[in-house]
Write a protein that binds this ligand. Structure first.
Ligand code: GRF
Length: 208
């Protein structure tokens, strides 16, 4: 049984997609052990509670310095013996101690086709604004393992989404979530739970 921690900051629609796919059995042999938010007001916390999942707030604001926050997050994940950490709209930089302790066991969903529109400064609506200003006709989402860089880790899954001429950043963001993020994030977790994913020489290898 794969024990999952989901880290969130906001609305938690990606979290909801994971909860729904665990409930309907599409993600098999996995359970969400805990949802951790850096933001007390995150609606994602309510989604977790409604589904009977432990919901915690671990916020940098509640600690004297970053090192203490980092330690608190790492301790919680280790104490729970989590197998996989899922960043689902988590807006905090993951501490390097957590990345090295959970090497190739942290995944993130990014709302573009990496390596386009990613890296520092590309988060939330800014990604979709940049897509529209550049005039690309196809965007999408990427699930990748998290390493010490920003959006640089091994790519697990990607899905393309059409950009329409009439799109606003908000409209495009919604389409990318519905058509790509909510599909490939649960799919990647299901593949990891089945033991199909490994990382070899910095690239993801999928066992059929
Ligand atoms: C998503 O667009 C995700 O790709 C981005 O933040 C948003 C999170 O939305 N990193 P939600 O909290 O899952 O609804």
């Amino acid at each position: 049984m794969l024990k999952i921690a989901v880290l969130v900051s906001g609305g938690g629609t990606n979290l909801q997609a994971i909860i729904d796919r665990v409930k309907d059995g599409t993600i098999a042999d996995a359970e969400i052990d805990v949802v951790i938010s850096n933001n007390k007001g995150a609606y994602a916390l309510e989604r977790a509670e409604k589904s009977g999942i432990d919901a915690l707030v671990i916020s940098p604001k509640d600690f004297e310095d970053r090192a203490q926050f980092n330690q608190a997050l790492l301790s919680e994940l280790k104490a729970r013996k989590v197998d996989l950490v899922v960043l689902a709209g988590y807006l905090v930089v993951v501490p390097e101690t957590v990345i090295s302790e959970f090497r190739n066991r942290i995944i993130n969903i990014h709302p573009s086709l990496i390596p386009s529109f990613c890296g520092k400064g590309y988060y939330g609506l800014k990604v979709h604004e940049a897509v529209l200003s550049r005039g690309v006709k196809v965007t999408g989402a990427t699930v990748h393992f998290v390493d010490e860089g920003t959006d640089t880790g091994p790519i697990i899954l990607q899905k393309a989404v059409e950009v329409k001429q009439s799109d606003t950043p908000e409209v495009l963001q919604r389409r990318v979530m519905e058509e790509a993020e909510w599909v490939i994030l649960p799919r990647a977790i299901a593949m990891i739970a089945k033991g199909q994913i490994s990382v070899v020489d910095g690239l993801v290898r999928v066992e059929e």
